[in-house]
Ligand binder design. Sequence first.
Ligand SMILES: [Zn+2]
Length: 431
Amino acid sequence: MRKSILIAALLFAVLAQSLEAQKSPRFDKYFHNATLRIDYIRSGCMKHDTCILRRFVLQNDIWAGSTEQLLDPIDNGEFRLLVCDAATGLELYSRCYNTLFEEYRSTIAGRDKDSIANFEEVMLMPLPQKTVEIHLQKRDSKNKFFTQARFLFDPKRDKPEKLQRHIKARELMVNGDPHTKIDVVIVAEGYGKGDEKKMAQDFKKFADYTVGQGPFKERANDFNIWGIGVLADESGVTDPNANRYVKSAVGSTYNIFNMDRYLMTYELFRLHDLLAGVPYDHIIIMANCDTYGGGAIYNYYAFSAVQEMSMWILPHELGHSIGGLADEYVEDDPNYNRRYENIEPLEPNITSLVDFEKKWKGMVNPGTPIPTKPVEGLGKRDNGPIGAYEGAGYLAKGCFRPCTQCMMRNYADFCPVCTKRLHEIFDLYTR
Ligand SMILES: [Zn+2]
């Protein structure tokens, strides 16, 4: 009798453990309501790269992300942060992302195996109560994640650095508790002394543009938007082509990787230092310069100059940085060297038709020919019917998009495929 009770107890323990492994771990059992920031350097080129830990920072006294959905269910991005309980191996937190390094790798300089470059990278996670293993992962040739670098964080031993808060965040649009909202912080870049009034006006514009289109507009009440304004000695940002060099707030520059319109910053540690104490899931850098420019990387940041096209550029860039969406346009640029032979791209809104089932095939009306012919004479904002239209992800051949037009192609409305993914992402923060 005692033996069968013991067996039943053992079975119950095994069952309880496997159930725990399947669901998202309980936040209050493993984490404090605070934000740990991990600063590291990624150093490498096309052939190889490695990650070097710099420091841990106590970034905020609260955690802005969800306390319910700790494991990232969305399989997108070349990289993943995976945090496991050191004692049991239980997966506690994960987040997929892309990096500026990955962009570099696809450029002419990055493809040269001897051109090693260093990139600052930053990840945020809830502050652990017990020792955790922090895995920095990337994908292999079959798109499976493997651990590239592993660090231990022991809360008793590793005391994260505390930063002085110099700048108070402006409340641009606050709708509720950061745990159940998508928290976006807009960082003002390139504003000099005397630009204070313009900065306030631009903050208002950019907050409106953030929730101005498609699913962002529909879900505006699910967003909190904060502003961080720093005044530098002079206005504008660095533009090497114009022989202009400015000491701006977050060190941004045009002509990143020799692409004149690519406006970004390499200085991630400085950027995140400015954001200590702000609850944020996503970053927008708003640059005070009227030359067309910007860029964005999934779960990294979005960048846009303030100019007449910003109301369209910003939602497009947020499609990348928040939604992990691909560009649906074609660009004949030798800097972009991606090919999708025998493999599906990771992004949800482009397909090589290698595994169309996994993408939006279920949303296509039966009888629609694949590939699909683009519709002529559509209105500027219209998408046209869902199909698979050749020409996407910078490639004229071998890569297909869901509709004739989309925000991710030519600033039309977000197509139904992009819209669906954006709602899925928003739900990760709000449910
Ligand atoms: Zn789309």
